[in-house]
Design a protein around this ligand. Sequence first.
Ligand code: GLY
Length: 368
Amino acid sequence: MNTITVPLQDRSYDVVIGSDLLQNMQSLVQQVHRATEYFFVLDQNIETTHGQCAANSFSGGVKSFVLQAIESNKTMQSVESIWDAMLKEGYDRHGIVVALGGGLTGDVAGFAAATYLRGVPVVQVPTTLLAMVDASIGGKTGINVPIAQKDGGVLLGKNLAGSFWQPALVIADVSTLKTLDDRQLRCGLAECVKHGMLGHQDVITFIQEQNEGIFARDVDILLSLVSQSVAIKANVVAQDEREQGQRALLNLGHTFAHAIEPMSALHLFHGEAVSIGLCAACSCSEALGLIDAEYSDNIRTLLTGIGLPTRLPMPIQLEDAMVLMVKDKKAVRSQIRLVLPTQDGAAVVDDIDEGAIALAWASVGATS
Ligand code: GLY
């Protein structure tokens, strides 16, 4: 078992990474928080498996709310339903929310905890690789917000409301990855590659060399993979909890990804959109002379080896991609701000020449 601390003064917390941890959840939680009442928010997919296993470890039993973890449920309505269930069960400020599932469950449950009675503690228990290495660490919680469109339609603005609400503890039980399907595992690996691209060639090499073991769900390899990635993210968050500077580097590839992820015809999961976004970011960097062609080729080869897409599954209009990119909340007053790879890390780049961005989109299959 590895323990990595996210050092944030009075908001510091541990990320415990190990195998078969769910069976001992109560004792892990009670080491950091002496709550007597636990309220589980469970991803419906794992309710009767990991959810049941974790609940059984709590001697006094637990109350729970089951969330169908789909993007259209990442809403204020779900948060209100959680508040409602907690109020009905009589939870006061001594209660603690336990979020068990993927990133979406953690984001919604985290936001409900941040706002219930002006804030109760939350323990994040991620059961997907993506949530273990990214979503559960760093305290970002939130929901999508409907935005009325001029044509009368409604678009869901991703993560447009939320709060920074650091968990009291994160428990990453890599045994849960045994039942995670390969597509979801690949999505988590896209975020691990992103972390490697922030100047950690050792992580890139590890993924290259241990690809087989990762997909065979070798517990020691998964433990090492998750620990390396969590350590990188913990370090970035510790330096810049509220994303005033360095933390923006974690958005590498994401401004491209957020433009294509909502395009329903593409059927892309977040990690797949990130993979294509990383490739587009490489092309943009190459055009700006920040990296050489060999760097881009290596990243594309790595992503392809994992089984992640490096190009769009079907062409999209360059213009549509550009419009959505400006809508992304990482754009500053309609200027596109990108995080781009450099030879030895990544950098936030403002006022990028539109030609370089167009070239990046074209490199992943957008057409004008
Ligand atoms: N997922 C990016 C961040 O936590 O800042």
